[in-house]
Design a protein around this ligand. Structure first.
Ligand SMILES: [Zn+2]
Length: 385
């Protein structure tokens, strides 16, 4: 048993700051109490915030090998499969170099308070094995969304797609597709259906920038969002450039959107309309996207997301909404019993120095990785500084 004592706890899905002690048994939070707790290990969190650890809902961890390469080039030149700059670098790199760079990124995530990440894993089964090997000794939860190159081959039949997908899903948590420009709609719909049937996650990059939407409408008469919603995918990545009724469609469909504002900024494609997404009752999550151009640091992502949203709308936007995007919204989307501190939740917790009376703003505005005193995942102490 572990008790985190004397801290200010961000409690429940509402993230209400309360003075309390958090009691952990095995992997679960079993009690949150104002009273003294006897026995077990004690962690003194005086002067600290006790908060849910972060869930980074979208990364491409394999690209850790190519940090800051290609700046100023177009998005297609950098990341479009199969001949983007990153694909060429990955091809030229040795597996151990890729593994070491992935390890570095996972340790960066732990150091900045992330307990869980959702990875778009390329390279089929081999790519999944590479991440398995890299994460062997690292106490981080990974949700692996695989893909196979055959998905993008116009000549591959439905039967083959079906068997490849089913086989891939034995080794991962779902499928992450690069985008509508590279894959037939019937293949997307088929993959989403197989994922659904097997209780797995389906996701795709959608409406990342305006030209993709224009091309989609020209080619099919539908926006990328319309196509994604029709295919019934669980998570749409980006939706930075919605058109027409796109946001209403997503809101009605129940799919989640993973917003990656720093990535959109880096690639000069816009600012995601987060406030409008929430108005349409969309479950919005936050991801740091490609490690080529972003550190996988959710503290940085939250701060950018909050401020760019206020700047974009020229009005107040609640920091608690941003904090939920980095925690409980993601847990709800991926069916994880975590993302908030309450009884019976999985104990994924950070203990962080408090710098102001406003706990959530203290986290978003002022906290650096060095200020994270401790990280607990699944009831295990990953570190206490
Ligand atoms: Zn991405």
């Amino acid at each position: 048993m572990i008790t985190i004592e004397n801290g200010k706890v961000l409690y429940g899905e509402g993230m209400d700051a309360i003075k309390a002690n958090v009691v952990i048994e095995d992997d679960k939070i079993i009690e949150i109490t104002g009273g003294k707790v006897k026995g077990g290990k004690k962690i003194d969190a005086k002067g600290c915030i006790v908060a849910p650890a972060f869930i980074n809902s979208h990364v491409h961890i394999g690209d850790s090998i190519a940090c800051d390469v290609g700046d100023g080039k177009t998005i297609a030149e950098i990341v479009k499969p199969p001949n983007g700059l990153k694909h060429r670098i990955l091809e030229e790199s040795k597996p151990e170099e890729i593994i070491n760079s992935m390890k570095r990124s996972m340790n960066d995530m732990l150091a900045s308070g992330t307990s869980t990440f959702v990875d778009f894993r390329e390279g089929g089964l081999e790519g999944i094995c590479l991440l398995e090997e890299a994460s062997e000794d690292i106490q981080i939860r990974k949700i692996v969304l695989g893909r196979d190159n055959s998905f993008f081959d116009p000549d591959v039949g439905k039967g083959e797609i079906k068997s490849i997908t089913k086989n891939l899903l034995k080794s991962c948590d779902g499928i992450g597709l690069s985008g509508f420009g590279e894959i037939r709609d019937e293949v997307v719909a088929l993959i989403a259906k197989i994922c659904e049937k097997h209780g797995k996650i389906s996701a795709i990059h959608t409406a990342e920038y305006e030209k993709l939407q224009e091309d989609s409408i020209k080619a099919t008469g539908k926006s990328e969002v319309q196509r994604a919603v029709e295919s019934d995918l669980n998570a749409l990545i980006h939706v930075t450039a919605p058109v027409g009724d796109d946001l209403k469609l997503i809101g009605d469909s129940g799919s989640s959107v993973v917003s990656c504002p720093r990535s959109n900024g880096t690639l000069s494609v816009g600012i995601p309309p987060i406030s409008d997404m929430l108005k349409h009752k969309i479950n919005v999550l936050l991801g740091t996207d490609n490690i080529m151009f972003n550190s996988p640091n959710m503290l940085r992502e939250m701060e950018y997301a909050l401020k760019v949203t206020r700047g974009y709308y020229r009005e107040y936007f609640s920091p608690a909404e941003i904090f939920k995007m980095a925690t409980v919204n993601a847990a709800n989307a991926f069916d994880l019993n975590t993302g908030c501190i309450k009884e019976e939740s999985t104990a994924d917790i950070i203990i962080v120095k408090e710098f102001s009376g406003n706990s959530i703003l203290s986290l978003i505005n002022r906290t650096e990785p060095k200020d994270i005193v401790g990280l607990i995942t699944e009831g295990n102490i990953v570190y206490i500084n």
